[in-house]
Write a protein that binds this ligand. Structure first.
Ligand SMILES: NC(=O)c1ccc[n+]([C@@H]2O[C@H](COP(=O)([O-])OP(=O)(O)OC[C@H]3O[C@@H](n4cnc5c(N)ncnc54)[C@H](O)[C@@H]3O)[C@@H](O)[C@H]2O)c1
Ligand SMILES: [Zn+2]
Length: 391
């Protein structure tokens, strides 16, 4: 087991990464949160009958009363309506301020359950138990919690630079999947503990595993390029789900994010760099979340980011680095899977919460490990990014 510590103004916390850690979750929680009498497990439907059972047994063995709420993971379900269901469940189960909520699953359930925990009774202790590679290396770390908000299609058609407004969904079509403003409501609330048992990855689909690799590549580009060559060297070990290799990958990638959020918990500066490729990615997800998963959108977004970095004159020889080929070699998408209205995509980029006053804000690279923020990207820079991904 390898532990990493995160500094937080709300209390430092550990991230434990290892093989077969689930059976000791109860004992560790009893020691870290001794006042807790109830453990509310909010779990992803995909792991309800497998990994969640192990955790429930371990919590029970440690003397906690275990109550379980199951959530179906989808971006549409990452909603305030589902959070309300969690709140109601917590009240019905008489969960107290001193108790603990364990958020177990991928990033969708993790973000949403942690949001519910951070607001229920003004905040109860949260333990993150990520079960996807993406959640282990990224979503479960740093205390960001969120739900998506629906956007009316009018808001995407309108010129948002003139009129930046989100209409809440009185005029949403009821029979098609709504466009979503990603992570528009949320909190930053440090968990009490993060525990990543890489054994849970053995039931993950190959597609979801690759999604996690996209965030590992992001971390590599931001701060540790050796992760890229590591990924090439250990391709076979990863394919075979070699536990030692998985622990190493998660540990290396977590180390990058943990260091950044320790220095800048509330995104006053450096933490914004973790949004590398994400203004493009969130816009793609806003319009195509039923086809493109978050990690896939991040992969496409990183390709757009590299082209935009070059067009902005920040990274003149970005193309020589072949980010697109590297992602493709990992089995990740590097172009839009279907055609989409470019203006809608740009309007979705303007809605991304990182922009200000309708301008599009991009995190770009000046070279490997040299990120920076371009506050109001020009049409030329954005178009270069969109051209590179066939949008
Ligand atoms: N809070 C943050 O800082 C942060 C950072 C990055 C991403 N995110 C968010 O994370 C979300 C994406 O997370 P994700 O990629 O984990 O997607 P996800 O939560 O949709 O999980 C992917 C799929 O895998 C299933 N699953 C989960 N664990 C499994 C397991 N062990 N075995 C089999 N199936 C399993 C889920 O049910 C789902 O179908 C996005 O909503 C994104 O916005 C948040
Ligand atoms: Zn991401």
């Amino acid at each position: 087991m390898q532990a990493i510590s995160v500094q937080s103004a709300q209390g430092n916390y550990d991230i434990d990464v290892g093989d077969a850690l689930l059976q000791s979750v109860g004992a560790v929680i009893a020691q870290k949160i001794p006042k807790a009498r109830v453990a509310a497990l909010v779990v992803d439907q995909a792991i309800e009958h497998t990994w969640a059972r192990e955790v429930a047994a371990s919590l029970q063995a440690a003397g906690l009363r275990v109550v379980m709420h199951v959530v179906h993971a989808s971006e549409e379900n990452k909603s305030i309506a589902q959070v309300e269901k969690i709140w109601r469940f917590l009240i019905a189960q008489r969960v107290q301020r001193s108790d603990v909520l364990c958020a177990m699953g991928g990033g969708i359930v993790g973000d949403m359950a942690a949001f519910a925990a951070s607001t229920y009774m003004r905040g109860i202790a949260t333990v993150m138990i990520p079960t996807t590679l993406l959640a282990m290396v990224d979503a479960a770390i740093g205390g960001k919690t969120a739900v998506n908000l629906p956007i009316s299609s009018d808001a995407l058609d309108a010129s948002l630079s003139k009129n930046l407004s989100i209409n809440l969904p009185t005029n949403l079509p009821t029979n098609s999947s709504p466009n979503l403003a990603k992570n528009m409501a949320g909190t930053i609330c440090a968990p009490a503990w993060v525990v990543s048992d890489i054994r849970t990855l053995t039931t993950l689909s190959a597609r979801e595993f690759r999604c996690g690799l996209a965030e590992c590549v992001k971390h590599a580009l931001l701060a540790d390029e050796s992760i890229l060559s590591w990924l090439e060297t250990h391709r076979e070990g990863l394919r075979a789900m070699d536990p030692a290799r998985l622990v190493e990958l998660v540990h290396r990638s977590v180390s990058v994010k943990a260091a950044i959020v320790s220095r800048d918990e509330h995104e006053q500066g450096e933490r914004a760099h973790l949004n590398l490729g994400h203004t493009f990615a969130h816009a793609i997800e806003s319009l195509m979340h039923d086809q493109v998963h978050h990690g896939e959108a991040v992969s496409i977004g990183l390709v757009a980011m590299a082209a935009a970095s070059q067009a902005a004159g920040w990274w003149p020889n970005a193309d020589k680095f072949q980010i697109s080929k590297r992602l493709d070699d990992l089995g990740l998408p590097v172009r839009m899977p279907a055609s989409v209205d470019r203006e809608k995509l740009k309007n979705a980029m303007k809605l991304d919460k990182k922009g200000q006053s309708g301008a599009i804000r991009l995190v770009l690279l000046k070279g490997l490990g040299r990120p920076g923020v371009l506050d109001a990207a020009s049409e030329h820079v954005i178009d270069a990014g969109l051209d590179a991904i066939g949008a």
